[in-house]
Ligand binder design. Sequence first.
Ligand code: ZN
Length: 210
Amino acid sequence: MILETFPVGPLQCNCTILGDEVAGEAIVIDPGDEVGRIQRRLTELGLKLKQILITHAHIDHVGGALKLKRLTGAPILLNENDLPLLKMMEMQAGWIGIPTPETAPPDESLADGLVVGLDRYPAQVIHTPGHTQGSVCLHFAPLKLLVAGDTLFAGSIGRTDLPGGNSEQIIDSIESRLLSLPSETKVLPGHGPSTTIGAERKSNPFLRSL
Ligand SMILES: [Zn+2]
């Protein structure tokens, strides 16, 4: 198994490559920027890109998706509840003062319960609205791994002051959908260091049921 996470772009979004060297396939999660670097890494690893998975439609997570799709032919998957945000890309670019990346509607919605990823490393989609209405986490149960987007961070939670954000909802999403996962589940957040479900259940100051 190949699992590489590295920050991309001015907001340092964590981009993840998960690869199966036996099958020669990979998925990329949240190619927000630096698509050339992501594409080079896939080539170095000899992996064909199977899916581009987007945890939510903020520019720092989705900004490079269409470019990567054009380079590789891989489909883009994004939860349909974030389509309004995807259409606000020019405004989002204005927030951080960067050129507006070209976007296109996803090929498929990352609907709750959908199984995505690689044959040997599948993930179940967990819809966790609150940071945005279409935010999802990807649970790779056999790998004891959760890719959490901007829903859950080490010692923090996602901001809810942007369009589509809802602070009650994000806490409810985390408490009802994520904290029930096994304690040893490694959490890869959309920004910053990794953590575990157990550590966040025990000490995350934003969660009520401690
Ligand atoms: Zn975000």
